[in-house]
Design a protein around this ligand. Sequence first.
Ligand code: ZN
Length: 324
Amino acid sequence: MARIKYLYNPETCQYERVKAKPLDTALNVGIFLALSIIFAIFLTFILGKYYKTEQELSLQEENQELLEHYNLLNKELQDVHAILQSIQHRDDNIYRVIFEAEPIPTSIRTAGSGGTDKYRELLKKGLKKEKLIVNTKQKIDNLKRMMYVQTKSYDEIAKLVKDKSKMLACMPAIQPISNKQLTRLTSGFGIRIHPIYKVGQFHPGIDFAAPMNTPIYATGDGTIEKAEYEGGYGNHVKINHGYGYKTLYGHMSSFVVKPGQKIKRGELIGYVGSTGFSTAPHVHYEVIYNGEQVNPVYYFFKDLTAEEYEKVLELASKENQSLS
Ligand SMILES: [Zn+2]
């Protein structure tokens, strides 16, 4: 408000009111307004800094709560990460080892998901706690990636298990004749005295002595490759089991299968006889792996008890004469 000014007039010996010029009045009003605005801004700033409104206070509280939740979430993510790492460890060192699969390289397991570029959008927002938010997002993405790789690994193992069980069904794993009907295991694999030539000769199979016409069974799943008569083996059957395995059954009285026929483990293929080079009824049984005759004694594990198997091993190792 403009003050009223008086000046002393010596001529009239009186104080006379000085009339303010309009320009001065306007200037005064302007200064007053400017000062008021500055003061108002200053006051708002001070109050805003030290005194919060109820809404601000509640938002602040909410922010604090969110921050605590975020920190808690991060801690939980760390725990989940540790669990997943232990699953990965078990996968590489147990499951994949059992099924002969290579461990998954660490570089694939921990492959990043695009560095911080992916989080640029988040960073752009200029949030105060952006580092915390980006870290959390990165942890979640890493977990997702790790879980994806782990799922793929389990898929692969499941396939291997399936293949393995098929392979186990095909591998020769039982005796060609029932243990009850087995008179004796006459001759094992290796150098044996030939029954006709009476000289030491490599015996490429095992001879199971059994009464004439005792049933002979396929020792694993496969396809009949041969069912024919031939001088040495007499009536014999050869089965191709796949996975590098074949079995041969010799000196049969007769066979009941034909080449090309699919066969299951335990299915009847023929009967014990003494055809070909043979001195008594028996089945000459060979296991061939990758084209080479191997000791069949290691392929009976499925239907024998530990004691029976011990006995078979003992009999098979005896130096005796083969029945050919
Ligand atoms: Zn033999």
